[in-house]
Design a protein around this ligand. Structure first.
Ligand code: NAP
Length: 279
């Protein structure tokens, strides 16, 4: 029998590539998005992770169409970039509404069905930003760290019911619309405190260097991330985390395989902006 996956944020980037990847491997795909547009071979339906009634309707429509849902990929999300003090509170809340509470809304909607089936798989698309902190993305970092903590804990309580939880951690992939939305949001932040200017300049330099280093990575594509999402979904083991692109491996390994002091020294040397400090 064909298996069925529901994917959020399927309008572009990883979500769209994942929908196409699953279709090509014979799955039924419920491709959900805020503004429906056709993806050949999938069942497209509207879903806004901030609106629980649209999630309920999308799950019901998917069940009416295919009779069953085997996996959910919580991919919808975005990165709020910028200095914390310069970011309006409404933007902070919006980041958590989508990246954290949005995922919880979707999980809440599918759990009764997964419990009834005594199985299912929840794949949450995290980020390198869910593993290590970087300058200028404290709010995106906070949302993805929250997602990681939520998923790790959830994996224990749902594991007891035969439901698997997976975290996929991509690094920087520039072919999606991720950068576009981040840049648009950042440009709307106020900039009436000049004290941060040297830090912002130095942090931008750090990001430019990271982008240049990344351009050589052949696996930094949406298709590759989709493949890792597919592997995670089909991995019957209780493995929780899957690093999806090799650009972030040195940072992930520093975080997970060295001591706290070694890790912080490594990160400060690498991403700590070289701005003058108080004596
Ligand atoms: P993308 O092309 O911008 O795709 C993001 C998707 O999320 C879009 O379909 C967008 O829909 C959707 N979305 C945003 N807010 C939503 C909401 N309230 N309800 C439903 N859908 C919503 O970016 P992407 O790079 O593929 O990002 C996908 C995921 O990967 C995100 O969780 C992101 O944090 C993560 N990630 C990305 C990178 C990267 O470098 N690209 C790295 C690590 C992790 P609309 O078209 O309606 O806005």
């Amino acid at each position: 029998m064909k298996k069925t996956v529901l994917i959020t944020g399927a309008s572009s980037g990883f979500g769209k590539a994942t929908a196409e990847f699953f279709v090509a491997r014979g799955w039924n795909v419920i491709a959900t998005m805020r503004t429906p547009q056709d993806i050949p071979g999938t069942f497209v339906t509207r879903l806004d992770v901030e609106k629980p009634e649209t999630i309920r309707a999308a799950v019901d429509a998917g069940l009416a169409r295919f009779g069953r849902i085997d996996a959910v990929v919580n991919n919808a999300g975005y990165g709020l970039f910028g200095v914390f003090e310069l970011t309006p509170e409404a933007k902070v809340r919006e980041q958590f509404e989508v990246n954290v509470f949005g995922v919880m809304n979707v999980v809440r909607a599918v759990l009764p069905h997964f419990r009834e089936n005594k199985g299912g798989c929840i794949v949450n698309v995290s980020s390198g930003a869910g593993v290590f902190g970087l300058p200028m993305i404290s709010l995106y970092n906070a949302s993805k760290f929250a997602l990681e903590g939520f998923s790790e804990s959830l994996s224990y309580e749902l594991g007891a019911l035969g439901i698997r939880v997976k975290l996929v951690e991509p690094g920087g992939v520039t072919s999606t619309k991720f950068g576009e939305r981040s840049a648009k949001d950042a440009s709307m932040s106020s900039n009436d405190i000049r004290d941060y200017d040297p830090f912002v300049l130095a942090a931008n330099q750090v990001f430019a260097e990271m982008r240049a280093a990344r351009s050589a990575d052949k696996d930094a594509t949406s298709e590759h991330v989709a493949e890792v999402i597919f592997e995670a979904t089909n991995d019957a083991s209780d493995r929780l985390r899957y690093v999806a692109t090799s650009d972030i491996l040195p940072l992930v390994e520093a975080r997970r395989q060295t001591s706290e002091s070694e890790y912080m020294a490594f990160m400060r040397a690498r991403v700590g902006p070289k701005v003058s400090r108080m004596p």
